[in-house]
Write a protein that binds this ligand. Structure first.
Ligand code: C5P
Length: 224
């Protein structure tokens, strides 16, 4: 079987992972895995089905049979476009709760790995480089100060027409990050050999340039 190259981008919410991952996938013509959307979709599906975060077996079963598609930048659950519905902080928070359940993570593992197909994959999340694609040749860990991350999330949500209180949002993000960092399974942390990039006070182009330089240095065949 041909080995598919994978670039992993992990980090806390609001660090700019999604934007950088999208730019990278577009530049390279590779597939993109937004693994956060997977956990968000599951949280959404659980809400619809009336399954609570305590019902671990039901959640794992739901994760295994979830009919989810990523098509042309949209997320479809049973054919319904849930792209915007899963972007709220409420869904993000619920996603972070169910993401701490080992059985749920296990159920989503094969699904995520199946995303790696030629010519390559850019995978964005919390455990892409540490657990899902440990052999990835390029691993990036993207961070930014908590204040800047809260500000970016606020602007993103406002752009989407979602009304939020900035202080409540900062607190929700802090809580979610703390949960993601301290959970016993696949906690958020920089994987070994990852390039750590701090995006605080820097433009997207500048950060993208730094990441692209690392990609070209590690995978010189891409330059042609
Ligand atoms: O990145 P995003 O904010 O969409 O992720 C929502 C939540 O899903 C995160 O707070 C985290 O708890 C969970 N997640 C995860 N592992 C991933 C991606 C997301 O646990 N690889």
């Amino acid at each position: 079987m041909q080995k598919v190259p994978v670039i992993t981008i992990d980090g806390p919410s609001g660090a700019g992972k999604g934007t950088i991952a999208q730019m990278l996938a577009a530049r390279l013509g590779w597939r993109l895995l937004d693994s956060g959307a997977l956990y968000r979709a599951l949280a959404y599906a659980a809400g619809q089905a009336g399954v609570s975060p305590e019902e671990e077996d039901s959640l794992a079963a739901l994760a295994s049979r979830m009919n989810l598609e990523f098509r042309a930048g949209r997320v479809l659950l049973d054919g319904e476009d849930i792209t915007d519905a899963i972007r709220t902080e409420t869904v993000g928070n619920a996603a972070s709760k169910i993401a701490a359940i080992p059985k749920v993570r296990e159920a989503l593992l094969a699904w995520q790995r199946a995303f790696a197909r030629p010519p390559g994959l850019v995978a964005d999340g919390r455990d892409m480089g540490s657990v899902v694609f440990p052999d990835a040749p390029v691993k990036i860990f993207l961070t930014a100060s908590p204040e800047e991350r809260a500000k970016r999330r606020y602007n993103q949500l406002k752009e989407k027409g979602i009304d939020v209180n900035v202080l409540e949002l900062a607190e929700a993000i802090r809580e979610r990050d703390a949960r993601d960092r301290t959970r016993s399974i696949a906690p958020l942390k920089a994987p070994a050999a990852a390039l750590e990039v701090d995006s605080t006070g820097r433009s997207i182009e500048e950060v993208f340039g730094q990441v692209m330089a690392k990609v070209e240095e590690t995978l010189p065949d891409l330059k042609n």
